[in-house]
Structures are given as C-alpha cells and as structure tokens.
Write a protein that binds this ligand. Structure first.
Ligand code: UDP
Length: 334
C-alpha cells in the first residue's frame, strides 16, 4: 500500500523506518541523526511532520510538504510493506557498485581519467541524496594486473597479485578524493592494513558508514592473491547485505556474440546464472558469478560511459543486462 508520496529537497530525501508504530516513528535520515517524526495516520494517508537540524535549531516540527527551500526536487515515495514498516520505492536500498580499472581509465593514456571519476562521483551523489546506500569496489587493471605480470623477471603470481591489489588502493584514494571534493562523505576500507591511508575493512563499521549516508569504497580486493575484484565485489556484497552487484563496464551489457566482430550481435536483457556459466560468457570470473548465484545476488552489467547510466542502475531502472533476477520485481535475499 502506498501511503506517502511527495517531493523533497536534496538533503532530506532518505529515511528508513526503525519503528513500525503507527502513531510515532523514529526515522533515520542519512544526513542527520535520528529524528522524531509525528505520524498522523488514517486509512488513506499519512501526514509526516519532522524537525531537521540543517534547517536550524528550532524544535518546531516542519511539514515536509511545505518546505520553503526546495532547490533540486527528488521524487520520493515510501510504501508500507506487509510487516508494517516503511520502505523507499526504489528497487534497491543498498547496492554494491563495481568499477573496473579499465573503466576508470576512460580514453586517457594515463591510468585514470579525472572526468570519469567526476562523472561517477556526480551520479553517486545524486542517488545517495535519495537515500540509497552505495558501496563501491574498485579494480586495478588500469595500473597493474597480476596475471599479466606473473613470471616476468622472476615475479611470482602472489607477489604480482599483491601489487595488483595495491593498484586498487590507488584508484580508491583517487575516487575518494573526487567524491569528497563534491561533498560526498566517503570512506576507503582496505582488505589489508594500510592504516595511514585508509581504514581496515571491518564489516560492521562499513555497514554503519553506509547507514550514515557515507559511500564506502572497498580496496585491495579480497586481500588474497589469485582472486579478482569481481570476486571481491560479490563477497563484500554478500557480507554487507547489499542487494545487487552493479558491474560498470565499457560495454552496454552482455551480448549473444562479440559486438566488435558481429554487427548483428544482440544485447541480452536478462540471463540466468546458469546461462552465464554454461555458455562461458565473459561477464565475471567463475568464482564471482558462483558466489553471486549461491547467495542469490543479482548482477547488472551496464555501460558506465553513457551519462545517467550509473544513477539509473543504482535506482534499479532497466539498464544493461540483468543476471539472476527479474526486471519487474525487487530481488529479496533474506
Ligand atoms: N587482485 C588480487 N586479489 C583480489 C583482487 C585483485 O590478487 O582479491 C589483484 C590481481 O592481480 C588483479 C589486480 O589485483 O589483476 C587488479 O584487480 P582486477 O584485475 O580485478 O581489476 P579490474 O579488472 O576490475 O580493473
């Protein structure tokens, strides 16, 4: 049942209910701490009034629908689910965005293109304002790929992979700096300790950051050689209870043939995990896709270079190829 639909100004767009009491709810906004929301309900509608710290210290409740300082309007709908709790109308509440090193490089000869990091930051900012929690796993292939270097000059695979993992940390710090330059609070957590530059990965702390509206960038992959950052994305997604892995790439999604060789290659809208593995589609490595399958995590493969695609994917709009889910219904992992 849809009980509340309105448009809100930017910093107050996101709430999650922590009490289902019909008369009084404490809702949590991502930009302030807990707020006391008075709910005056009848069977048809609810009027929500609240007090926002960003609007001054007045203890007078403010009616959201009469906010005077509306600058950028975000459509915001809350629905009451069968448990009696409020939830946002967006498909995903918490997402794991995987950005490969190759995508970060854009068309630059240098390893990283600041235009790409800024585009990512802007689109992520637009969805965190809606209250969707965003965690990011960054790759490192634009700087160093362990498997390509293993064996050269006596470099063993493990050492090469550790260098690869360090490369992901460089990308993560760059992306963090870009995010923070436009005001998105961002934390980097590394899979092995580098305490001077980033927090160590602590699952509960990562979740807490997300709940507070911060973006969390997971760096150094899984912390283990012989793995990839796709596997790290699947692993972290499962650990933090994110609902989907959004794999940002340089192509529109998964095709039934190589579109560079076959102009008639068709972009596939949806796929099962089994189709990905049995047809050996090069979407993700097998470990990553198996981890997603075992944990019922859908994967969306989409093109990062098309403006608006990242925010569309995060909002759950139809983009790219969806693996292991259906387009019209939210995937439930619990
Ligand atoms: N890597 C690793 N373990 C991990 C994740 C990454 O050893 O859990 C290393 C590996 O050498 C890999 C490099 O880090 O080649 C960069 O990661 P990846 O190739 O996944 O980056 P992407 O292709 O996404 O840019």
């Amino acid at each position: 049942m849809s009980i509340f639909s309105t448009s809100l100004s930017r910093p107050i767009a996101s709430f999650s209910a922590i009490s289902s009491s019909p008369s009084l709810c404490f809702l949590k906004s991502h930009h302030q701490n807990y707020h006391n929301f008075g709910f005056q309900g009848c069977s048809q509608s609810l009027v929500i009034s609240c007090c926002f710290s960003e609007l001054g210290s007045s203890s007078e409740p403010i009616n959201i629908s009469r906010q005077p300082q509306v600058t950028s309007m975000a459509s915001f709908t809350m629905t009451l689910n069968e448990n009696g709790t409020l939830q946002s109308s967006y498909k995903w509440r918490r997402v794991l965005l995987k950005v490969s090193g190759e995508a970060l490089a854009g068309d630059q000869e240098q390893n990283i293109d600041p235009k790409v990091t800024m585009a990512i930051a802007r689109e992520v900012a637009s969805v965190t304002r809606l209250g969707i929690e965003v965690a990011i796993v960054v790759g490192g292939g634009n700087i160093f790929r362990g498997s390509s270097w293993a064996g050269s000059s006596g470099l063993d695979r493990s050492s090469a992979d550790y260098i690869g993992m360090l490369a992901t940390v460089m990308n993560a710090i760059f992306l963090q700096a870009t995010m923070e330059s436009i005001g998105i609070p961002t934390r980097v957590q590394t899979a092995f300790r580098m305490s001077e530059v980033a927090e160590p990965y602590i699952r509960r702390r990562a979740v807490r950051h997300l709940e507070k509206g911060r973006v969390v960038i997971f760096a150094a992959g899984t912390g283990n050689p012989f793995f990839t950052t796709d596997t790290a994305a699947a692993l972290r997604c499962a650990e933090i209870n994110a609902e989907v892995v959004l794999k940002a790439t340089n192509v529109d999604g998964v095709f039934d043939d190589d579109p560079r060789r076959n102009p008639n290659a068709r972009l596939l809208d949806t796929l099962t995990y089994h189709e990905v593995t049995s047809k050996e589609l090069s979407v993700m490595d097998k470990t990553a896709i198996t981890l997603c399958q075992e944990n019922n995590i859908p994967v969306v493969v989409f093109n990062l270079n098309k403006p608006g695609n990242i925010s569309k994917a995060i909002r759950g709009e139809s983009v790219g190829t969806l693996i292991g889910g259906t387009r019209d219904s939210a995937n439930s992992r619990t």
